[in-house]
Design a protein around this ligand. Structure first.
Ligand code: HDD
Length: 713
């Protein structure tokens, strides 16, 4: 018999539901799938010890049969992902906007399951690819499941779902050789992008640091689409949803991303898991940008156009609640792999708009689960079960695991007393928003979707200098990987429309000129009979000089919680000051890790053993946020004798991280490539822990970047 598992703290109704399906084999005998006890699972049944294997061997057949079918198709996009359980709490009712229980009942703790992902790579690809990150939240509400399936960037590449297969085919590995994996830096992607100017806004975000987050816990999330909130009176407001991470929005540099991919390609997955195991639960606040229906046409862009954001300076984000992730899945496949998100899952009080990208998504997600999970009964898989009661007359099919009682499976019926019965709107029955529609059936794009340059330009203008440099570097890398000159030129032509300096910089790096005109067969991107002249992007509009909220330079820099601090030590390290530094760092929630010349334990100057977290041979500085080196003559001599410690410090310096040293470690620091110890806000020799902590919270000292850039690490 399988026993129930009770080791984890169950905090929500979904946790309790899942617990009923959890099994724990501790202390149990091995059996076949039929419950038969097994006495040998190492040898097949044979005619003699060396003889042929017998067909009779049902145990062999069962074991191999199961193995043969273990894999399911990975997601066509967002295949690589990591999930966690948690809950959502509302601060104050917003019943004036929405009647949804989740937005009116402050006493609720609504269970959530969240899956973060990259988009292009396969299931086993690196976490640190330059890519958009998926941010999908399943709310198990009392009125049914609501899936908010967003990304970490507030806009999307295309305006119509019809183009999604083309977009994805262009970014996925090229079909003839299946190269490159988890990378947009190749010809087919830029061929498509450069022929499809609507992609430029998301494209420039992809070139920014948002595409290489420090952690899933340090990313924003966005619904992208404008949705509707509906109140009890049936009045609607447009809404865009935002997730704001408590830890701020932070990224790694491209050089780190490349190196992390080798040092720990599970970096983001591990980071999420470890933070939750350590009780450092990641938190986001949910914010709403609300626009009255009357203001639908007030803006210089169309609210239904998913390639446009509403600058927060124009419509502020109203924070309404918070989400906490407090439990890791018990089993990756059962939960994170089998979870099925569908933007079509909504609840009364929330409704769709006519955003043509959203409309197409409403079909795609349900459809894809069938090929991924194999049966339309995928909603019965424990992670996909609603917490709200679910009953209807949809029946049978592969893997039906429920036993519906009774004689009827149709509606209306009298035999079952009309059950399951209908609910009035007042009782919670869902009613679609009664939007007036009076239009011709037409296969076309609205002219109000035409402006493809104003918002990428606003984004670029709003970035700090160091962020702009990163964008130029990213374009250089990505276009540098393209083979076709005409594709690079078409991209440069389009970048030039966004910002001429940026285009010039990238062109110089590529060793080509920014062209003044290019062959742009726009009716490929619009429609064979489209009037291309009319569809040309018009003048760039400046409806805001800058949107500071778009820059990571203006995020939270108030915490070092969960930051990984490497302490470089060898036998004889000085325990005195280190103890104080460690206490101070840990008090602020940082994770202090001893990186030593060898594994096992290392002795301090008090002759005490300290557990080593990582031997230098097994780790890299790119996996840490800051470095501390305590003094101790013998320890420092050992560190200085091993080149990898010097490389560790050089790289931390190159990546503009905080470094603090005490005592004899100053000598070590001077022997590295670190420059101008006195003139750096994030370098400390015999300094105060408080100053070190402040510098770590700043994430990076970008002022150092010019000096650090040329360090050959
Ligand atoms: Fe999508 C998965 C986000 C447009 C079709 N999408 C998927 C996931 C995320 C997004 C986060 C992973 C969910 C998970 O963790 O299981 N997708 C977006 C966003 C979009 C978007 C924010 C635009 C605003 N997607 C989009 C379009 C289509 C799809 C236009 C198709 C017409 N997306 C899919 C899919 C996936 C998917 C093929 C793959 C696996 C799955 O659905 O469950 O159906």
């Amino acid at each position: 018999m399988e026993s129930k598992k009770t080791s984890k703290k169950l905090t929500t109704s979904k946790d309790e539901q899942l617990e009923k399906f959890s099994v724990d084999y501790t202390g149990k005998p091995l059996t076949t799938r039929q419950g038969l006890k097994v006495n040998d699972t190492n040898n097949s049944l044979k005619a003699g010890a060396r003889g042929a294997t017998l067909l009779e061997d049902f145990m062999l057949r069962e074991k191999i049969h199961n193995f043969d079918h273990e894999r399911i198709p990975e997601r066509i996009v967002h295949a690589r992902g990591s999930g966690a359980h948690g809950y959502f709490e509302l601060y104050d009712s917003i019943e004036e906007y929405s009647k949804a229980g989740i937005f009116t009942d402050t006493s609720r703790k609504t269970p959530v399951f969240v899956r973060f992902s990259t988009v292009a790579g396969s299931k086993g690809s690196t976490d640190l690819a330059r890519d958009v990150r998926g941010f999908a939240v399943k709310f198990y509400t009392d009125e049914g499941t609501w899936d908010l399936v967003g990304n970490n960037m507030p806009i999307f590449f295309i305006q119509d779902a019809m183009k999604f297969p083309d977009l994805i085919h262009s970014v996925k590995p090229e079909p003839h050789q299946e190269i490159p994996q988890a990378a947009s830096a190749h010809d087919t992607f830029y061929d498509f992008v450069s022929l499809t100017p609507e992609t430029l806004h998301n494209q420039i975000w992809l070139m920014s640091d948002r595409a290489i987050p420090r952690s899933f816990r340090m990313m924003e999330g966005f619904s992208i689409h404008t949705f509707r909130l509906i109140n009890k009176e049936g009045k609607a407001h447009f809404v865009k949803f935002h997730w704001k991470p408590k830890l701020g929005v932070h990224s790694v540099t491209w050089d780190e991303a490349v190196k992390i991919s080798g040092a720990d390609s599970d970096f983001h997955r591990r980071d999420l898991w470890d933070a939750i195991e350590a009780g450092q639960y990641p938190e986001w606040e949910l914010g709403l940008q609300i626009v009255p229906e009357e203001d639908e046409h007030k803006y210089d862009f169309d609210l239904l156009d998913p390639t446009k954001l509403i600058p927060e300076e124009m419509v502020p984000v109203k924070v309404v609640g918070k989400m906490v992730l407090n439990r890791n899945p018990e089993n990756f496949f059962a939960e994170t792999e089998q979870v099925a998100f569908m933007p079509g899952s909504i609840v009364p009080g929330i409704d769709f708009t006519n955003d043509p990208l959203l409309q197409g998504r409403l079909f795609s997600y349900r459809d894809t689960q069938l090929s991924r999970l194999g049966s339309h009964n995928f909603h019965q898989i424990p992670i996909n079960r609603p917490v709200a009661e679910a009953q209807n007359n949809q029946r049978d099919g592969h893997m039906q695991t429920e036993i519906p009682k009774g004689r009827t499976a149709y509606f209306p019926n009298s035999i079952s007393g009309g059950c399951p019965y209908l609910s009035t709107v007042a009782e919670g029955g869902f009613e679609s928003y009664q939007e007036r529609i009076d239009a011709k059936k037409i296969r076309a794009r609205s002219e109000s979707f035409n402006d493809h340059f104003s918002q990428p330009a606003l984004f670029y203008r709003s970035l700090a200098d160091w962020e702009k440099e990163h964008v130029a570097g990213a374009y250089t890398f990505e276009l540098g990987k393209c083979e076709f000159k005409h594709i690079k030129e078409r991209m440069l032509y389009l970048i030039d429309q966004i910002d001429s300096d940026l285009a010039k910089k990238v062109a110089t790096n590529l060793g080509i000129e920014v062209p003044s005109s290019v062959d742009m067969p726009l009716n490929q991107a619009i429609g064979a009979d489209a009037n291309v002249e009319e569809q040309q992007p018009g003048e760039k509009k400046i409806y805001l000089d800058e949107s500071p909220k778009l820059s990571q330079a203006n995020t939270n820099f108030n915490s070092i919680a969960t930051r990984q601090i490497a302490v470089l030590v060898a036998d004889g390290f000085h325990m005195g000051i280190f103890k104080k530094v460690k206490e101070e760092l840990e008090k602020e929630g940082a994770m202090v890790k001893l990186v030593a010349a060898h594994g096992g334990t290392v002795k301090c100057d008090k002759d005490k053993d300290h557990k080593v977290d990582a031997a230098i041979a097994t780790t890299e500085s790119v996996l840490f946020d800051a470095v501390y080196i305590p003094g101790g003559k013998k320890s420092i001599e050992t560190l200085m004798a091993q080149a990898k410690f010097t490389k560790f410090v050089n790289e931390a310096y190159k990546h503009c991280k905080a470094i603090a040293v005490d005592g004899e470690a100053e000598e070590f620091l001077k022997s590295t490539a670190v420059m101008d110890i006195s003139d750096d806000d994030a370098l400390f020799v015999n300094g105060k822990p408080e100053a070190f902590i402040k510098a770590i919270a700043q994430h990076r000292n970008w002022k150092r970047r010019e000096k650090a850039e040329n360090i050959p690490a």
